[in-house]
Design a protein around this ligand. Structure first.
Ligand code: CA
Length: 580
């Protein structure tokens, strides 16, 4: 066995509490190298008298280079001492904190330790998240339900979006169309920012305590949240706490008074007066955007202000959580305080960070419940839409992601195929709706919560911002109702089967060089096979299975013969098969 490839550390995604009784232990080996890995574990204070146990580990994920093994243990006294026994052929190795051994180490004190399972440290994302299907609304472009609040110079609904124009979308428009969301079957909304700001996207907050007057009022938002809750739909708002807008009163004060402003320390000013020199502001901003000054979240007054904002919208208006803009550029200490305030206000509030990259430091239970899972987005798009990753490469990427986080983080991940920040799925797919359906079928059969970007369900297209922010199409003769029916079917399927939500995920066929892939999702005795063909030609998959199966979306029956099930898939086709 290649010792250099074997890796474990007794924390993070390698050894963690899954819930208040269960500890997950993981180890990495070179792919295909170890045949058997056994976890030796016992109580850290009583190894000899009580004796230690052994638990077989199983490969729960694989990527291009490694196998990842996992065992779940429920220590009687909530603490562990443990080591690993690795076997391949005639070779047996033991691993403890001191390294490798060719005989079983006699002294258990040199084993790894999981010191104590303190409930306060358990990472517990809200239970509802893994059962949710989200819908993202960019409020300026969803529906104009109240022309009386339209911005000056508003354009007729449906025109070409630009970075600066307005079409008059508002909260009343969302209230008017809740039937659409209910028919689609979604049960949570993520709103892009709703607070007072000067732009159409509202990421330049002017007043964190007030709904933008072009969208409505705080009372109108309360009405919307109540109407959503009455239908079992939860509501997530966008918190832009990394930076404010240029018209935010404290920043205006600093612009005016400079160093003598009592808000001078609310921002990160490198040099007074505030100005822009050769395109670079003299103060920290989002990117180099002068109109988005970065807030100093280390200042106690800024903290008190923002934390009160976080509390206000949950307690007074009833929202169910926050999506955090540019979350990885804000200090961790602030996010820990934020979590305490939010979870005190509503213990099952969802905290979703906007991070596009590896996010482990935010996903350990003390900061976020999830991040926007763009690495999965990329993997699905590469495989199903762009054709730049074959089935095996997609499976490998999936394996890396499963291994990267504690299991509960994967179960609460926010899985999207597009947003206000990316080109739309249909446009990326070159208007080929078969590829849209294929990518969405993967998204809806993955662990984590899927999110539909408004309009994708009826065939809206659009390139990168501002193209992806066009007005929602409400003329039914221009909506793709068949596509809507497809999305409603996926939502129904996922919501009615736990196996497709937090069931186990096991790859069934992932051969290099082929555009096909299959995986099994399983829970509570229910079993699904998801078979995918991302190729330009029809493909036939022969998959290991027994018994009777049926297409979960179309009802067509399948029967396994001689331990195999044969599935013919058209180009860019897929099947979700249910056992029984
Ligand atoms: Ca309006």
């Amino acid at each position: 066995m290649l010792r250099e490839a074997i890796y474990h550390r007794p924390k993070n995604n390698w050894c963690y509490a899954y819930d208040r009784q269960t500890v997950h232990v993981r180890i990495r080996t070179k792919r295909g190298d170890a045949e058997r890995v056994t976890l030796l574990h016992g109580d850290k204070y009583n190894w000899h008298e009580i004796g230690h146990e052994t638990t077989e580990m199983r490969v729960f994920a694989q990527d291009a280079l490694f196998d990842y093994w996992q065992a779940e243990v429920r220590p009687a006294f909530r603490r562990l001492k443990y080591g690993f026994r690795l076997q391949a052929g005639r070779e047996t190795l033991w691993l403890n904190e001191q390294g490798f051994h060719e005989q079983e180490p006699e002294n258990p004190y040199l084993y790894f330790e999981y010191p104590f399972l303190n409930p306060a440290d358990v990472f517990e994302p809200p239970a509802w998240v893994k059962d949710a299907v989200f819908y993202q609304i960019f409020p300026e472009r969803f529906a104009n339900g109240d022309p009386s609040n339209d911005p000056e110079g508003v354009l007729p609904w449906g025109g070409e979006p630009t970075p600066a124009n307005f079409f008059g979308g508002d909260l009343q428009g969302v209230i008017d169309h809740l039937d659409h969301l209910e028919r689609l079957g979604v049960n949570a909304i993520y709103f892009n920012p709703l607070f007072e700001a000067t732009t159409n996207h509202k990421y330049d907050t002017e007043d964190y305590r007030k709904v933008d007057s072009h969208f409505g009022t705080n009372e109108k938002l309360k009405e919307l949240v109540d109407a959503c809750h009455a239908r079992g739909i939860r509501v997530l708002l966008d918190a832009v706490f990394n930076h404010s807008g240029r018209t935010f009163a404290p920043f205006v004060d600093v612009l005016k008074k400079g160093q003598t402003s009592k808000y001078a320390d609310w921002f990160h000013v490198r040099q007074f007066p505030l100005t822009v020199k050769e395109g670079i502001p003299t103060f920290d901003t989002f990117a180099f955007t002068e109109m988005m000054p970065k807030l100093n979240t280390e200042n106690p007054d800024v903290q008190a202000y923002l934390l009160e904002v976080a509390r206000y919208w949950i307690e007074e208006i009833g929202v169910d959580g926050w999506r955090l803009d540019v979350a990885n550029e804000v200090d961790h200490r602030f996010w820990r305080k934020f979590r305490d305030v939010v979870k005190t206000a509503k213990p099952d509030a969802y905290i979703l960070g906007e991070i596009w990259h590896d996010s482990l430091p935010w996903l350990s239970g003390d900061q976020f419940d999830a991040v926007m899972n763009y690495p999965l987005t990329e993997a699905i798009l590469d495989f199903a839409v762009k054709g730049t990753r074959d089935g095996r490469q997609f499976a490998d990427q999936l394996g890396s992601l499963l291994a990267a986080y504690p299991q509960q983080a994967t179960e609460a991940a926010f899985n999207l195929l597009g947003s206000h920040d990316t080109a739309r799925l249909l446009t990326l797919a070159g208007n080929d709706k078969r590829r849209v359906r294929l990518a969405s079928a993967i998204q809806f059969t993955m662990p984590g919560t899927p999110c539909v970007y408004y309009g994708d369900e009826i065939g809206l297209d659009g390139g990168n911002d501002p193209g992806c922010r066009k007005c929602m199409e409400w003329d039914e003769s221009k909506q793709d109702l068949e596509l809507f029916g497809f999305f409603a079917g996926l939502t129904r399927l996922r919501r009615s089967h736990r196996a497709l939500r937090d069931g186990s995920l096991r790859l069934l066929a992932a051969e290099p060089g082929r555009a096909t892939l299959a995986y099994i999702r399983e829970a509570d005795g229910e079993r699904f096979i998801v078979a995918l063909n991302a190729g330009r030609r029809q493909a036939k998959l022969s998959l290991q299975a027994t018994g009777e199966w049926s297409d979960a979306l179309k009802g067509e029956p399948f029967r396994a013969e001689r331990g195999k099930i044969s599935v013919a898939l058209p180009a860019y086709g897929f099947a979700v098969l249910k056992q029984g």
